[in-house]
Ligand binder design. Structure first.
Ligand code: GLU
Length: 481
């Protein structure tokens, strides 16, 4: 992604640990519980051979389970040309805190496979994924009850089907086999709304933030969401859906998009649909007719705007560019886009940051709905949809009789309609994002040591995880703070 790399001495995992340390100190958690919470329980490196075009290639992957205070452990599986154990551990830790904050009853996990998917055909990728899936299942890193992967960078519903097939080939008798991964296509046990869930969650997070005049004032934002000037880094799954929902439904102006080959800007707002199409066809943003192109994506990160949404890789805002960021609000749609040092700089500069473990929790939240649906073997809403319609009709009929007026057609449809699976998923996601935001606000209100959303988010998460360890009797309650 177009950004100078940071010269920071701290690794990604150390950055996450330091941020969590800050919350641990601020919330007065006892050191022994803190140690248990922060330790990554398991991390495995897996090497496996696959025959590619007549030659054997050895692939390297990792699976990390940061916490299993709740099971299964949950997290995405990333395919990337640069991925390592430190990164996978950091991402697994973020998953633990994210699930706890969003009240998703899972532990945190993450996987990575060192691969450049562009170098392989679809059939080869299928073979590689199938073999990796078998290896994961053999080690119980793929199991509906213990450890459940999902899409992440470089993977999608396609890879999830291949992984589910690998599991099925090993455990054909498992009646819950489809719950071994989430993010599956609809016809293979997936759920409506999962593909765009993270982007939808980012939109709900922003909407919730904009519902609070005191937060807007503190961030130095004067108007509503409508018309805000946004710059987005990354137009992949998360960035694209975020940009699409915000521009189409909230009239936000996406004035800049940063991608691998540079950035495009347009002060009147970019057409996200057209830009995405251009990106799919040319693999870059260069040559897009709806905006001005620059090769220097890093510069666009520092451009004047109201809201900056990093939705690509980690460590994109670092000690070297944090002073130059002009946005009033940073919304972390990616995992770990702001380093620890940059976070310190930005906080001191008074820039408001909505943190990753809150902002991008939509993906795992809807994964939780999918997993639950798979275990119940039934689509959400199947039992009550028609019943709700019937009740709506009765209600409408009584209303019309009492008022002696016919309801207008639009209102009639709204009252009568039973909720579809997508309606229920969206409502559950919206509720999750709102509740988590309220939880962070409560912490800021009641803990005089906590003033920013990141520390508040971690404080909420660690308090919940700590409680589950106290409940399990893993920590002597006498040591409780
Ligand atoms: N990869 C997503 C994340 O980082 C989703 C994980 C999941 O659904 O389990 O949150």
């Amino acid at each position: 992604m177009a950004s100078e790399s940071s010269n920071e001495s701290m690794s990604f995992r150390e950055c996450v640990d330091r941020m969590v340390d800050r919350a641990i100190v601020a919330s007065g958690l006892d050191p022994s519980t803190a140690k248990i919470i922060q330790a990554c329980n398991v991390v495995s490196q897996i090497k496996f051979p696959v025959r590619i075009r007549g030659n054997v290639e050895i692939f390297t992957g990792w699976w990390a389970i940061h916490s299993n205070h709740r099971l299964p452990a949950k997290g995405g599986l990333r395919y990337a040309a640069i991925v390592n154990q430190d990164e996978v551990e950091a991402l697994a830790a973020l998953m633990s805190y994210k699930c706890a904050l969003a009240d998703v009853p899972f532990g945190g996990a993450k996987g990575g496979l060192l691969i450049n998917p562009a170098n392989y055909t679809e059939a080869e990728l299928r073979e590689i994924t199938h073999t990796f899936g078998i290896e994961l299942a053999r080690k119980e890193y793929l199991s509906p009850s213990l450890s459940v992967p999902a899409p992440d960078m470089g993977t999608s519903s396609r890879e999830m089907v291949w992984i589910a097939d690998a599991y099925k080939s090993m455990f054909p008798e498992d009646v819950n086999q489809s719950a071994c991964v989430t993010g599956k296509p609809l016809n293979r046990g997936g759920i409506q709304g999962r593909t765009e869930a993270t982007g939808k969650g980012v939109q709900y997070a922003l909407r919730e933030f904009f519902h609070h005049p005191d937060e807007l004032e503190a961030a130095g934002i004067t108007d509503g969401l409508n018309g805000q000037r946004v710059i987005i880094q990354g137009l992949g799954k998360v960035g694209y859906h975020t940009a699409k929902f915000l521009s189409e439904e909230d009239d936000v102006k996406v004035i800049g998009v940063i991608e691998r080959d540079g950035a495009v800007t347009n002060p009147d707002g970019l057409n996200i649909h057209n830009l995405r199409q251009h990106l799919a066809e040319t693999h870059g943003v260069k040559g897009f007719s709806g905006g001005d192109y620059t090769e220097n994506g890093a510069q666009v990160l520092e451009m004047e705007c109201d809201i900056l949404i990093p939705a690509a890789l980690e460590s994109q805002i670092h000690a070297n560019n944090a002073m130059a960021i002009k946005a009033k609000l940073i919304v972390e749609a990616a995992n770990g886009p702001v380093t620890y040092e940059a976070d310190e700089i930005l906080r001191h500069r008074g820039v408001t940051i909505l943190p990753d473990i809150y902002v991008n929790a939509g993906g795992v939240t809807v994964s939780y709905f999918e997993w639950t649906r798979n275990l119940s073997h039934m689509r959400f809403g199947r039992l009550q949809r028609r019943y709700d319609e019937l009740r709506g009709q009765t209600y409408l009929h009584s209303l019309e009789q009492l008022t002696e007026k016919a309801a207008p057609e639009g209102l009639r449809n709204d009252i009568v309609r039973g909720a579809s699976e997508l309606d229920l998923v969206r409502s559950g996601l919206d509720d999750t994002m709102r509740t988590a935001f309220q939880d962070m606000r409560e912490v800021i209100k009641h803990n005089e040591n906590i003033h920013d959303f990141r520390t508040a988010a971690y404080a909420v998460a660690i308090a919940k995880i700590a409680q589950s360890y106290y409940d399990l009797g893993l920590v002597d309650p006498a040591t409780k703070a």
